[in-house]
Design a protein around this ligand. Structure first.
Ligand code: ADP
Ligand code: MG
Length: 257
């Protein structure tokens, strides 16, 4: 290939936003040459590499902007530690079928059983599949909604929270909300109802949500929308955080059967 042609290919690739092709075309052409690659195979190879590089950049950027506190995957989850939880249920959810019907997932259980881990694992899987994701704790969410409301920007903030295909709201029930806060939470859940998927994690059973949200009617209205299309995953096992310290925490209790 003449250097003039090479330069023209690089210029045109850059103009088209094909950064990886511009960088690698000389090397790829040389490799294709020595492998006696056909024309179509070569074009196929160039485009596939460009798409792969772009996709991996998108994935990394999206993860950075997702608000996820870490990026553990479902493969990092040790099912043997939580025998009450059927791996098949998680594998079914990991197909992401629920996203197409704007279905929700509620993950309930005491601290340390892996609720946040599973929610994050599902969000990472969704992000990998090209879906937009956002992670927040309920506490941070309410703080943001209140700040937006004070600045007369609540509708815009709620509209922003409609964007992600999958919204994770972690730690519902850790802190009690007042009526105004619960009302904002309701507005969000009500807007996303049948439009976008939400995963919530909670250490409180649904029957306790009235107390946590400071209002039985609002709690019922939120649960009504959340649970209409919802997989409920209850994890009632030991805390992974305390797995090496169980003896210190419960010195007199016999091991759970
Ligand atoms: P929860 O949200 O239920 O309080 P987390 O998901 O935050 O619990 O889990 C606490 C810690 O233990 C995290 O670092 C998580 O990755 C880890 N963890 C929990 N369960 C498991 C498990 N079954 N296998 C591997 N790591 C786990
Ligand atoms: Mg958690």
């Amino acid at each position: 290939m003449s250097s003039l042609t090479t330069q023209r290919i690089i210029d045109n690739a850059l103009r088209l936003g094909l950064g990886h092709t511009a960088e690698s075309v000389t090397e790829s052409a040389a490799r294709a040459d020595s492998a006696h690659m056909g024309y179509l195979d070569f074009v196929d190879h160039l485009l596939a590499e460009e798409v792969a590089v772009r996709e991996s950049k998108r994935f990394r950027n999206a993860l950075k902007l997702s608000g996820l506190p870490h990026h553990k995957t479902l493969d990092d989850f040790d099912y043997t530690f939580q025998p009450g939880l059927e791996p098949r249920r998680i594998r079914d959810l990991a197909t992401l079928e629920f996203l197409s019907g704007a279905g929700n997932i509620a993950i309930l259980g005491p601290p340390g059983v892996g609720k946040t881990h599973i929610a994050i694992g599902l969000a990472v899987a969704a992000c990998q599949a090209g879906k937009s994701i956002y992670f927040t704790t309920l506490d941070d969410l309410v703080r943001k909604l209140k700040a937006a409301d004070a600045a007369n920007r609540l509708p815009r903030q709620l509209a922003n929270l409609m964007r992600p295909s999958l919204l994770v709201i972690d730690e519902v029930g850790y802190l009690a909300l007042d009526r105004d806060e619960a009302n904002m939470f309701f507005q969000l859940i009500s807007r996303r109802y049948e439009k976008g998927s939400t995963i919530i994690t909670s250490n409180k059973h649904f029957t306790e949500w009235g107390t946590v949200l400071g209002d039985d009617v609002l709690a019922t209205a939120i649960l009504d929308r959340l649970l209409h299309h919802c997989d409920v995953l209850t994890i009632n096992g030991p805390s992974y955080r305390l797995k090496d310290r169980q003896a210190l925490v419960t010195p007199t209790e016999p091991p759970a059967s």
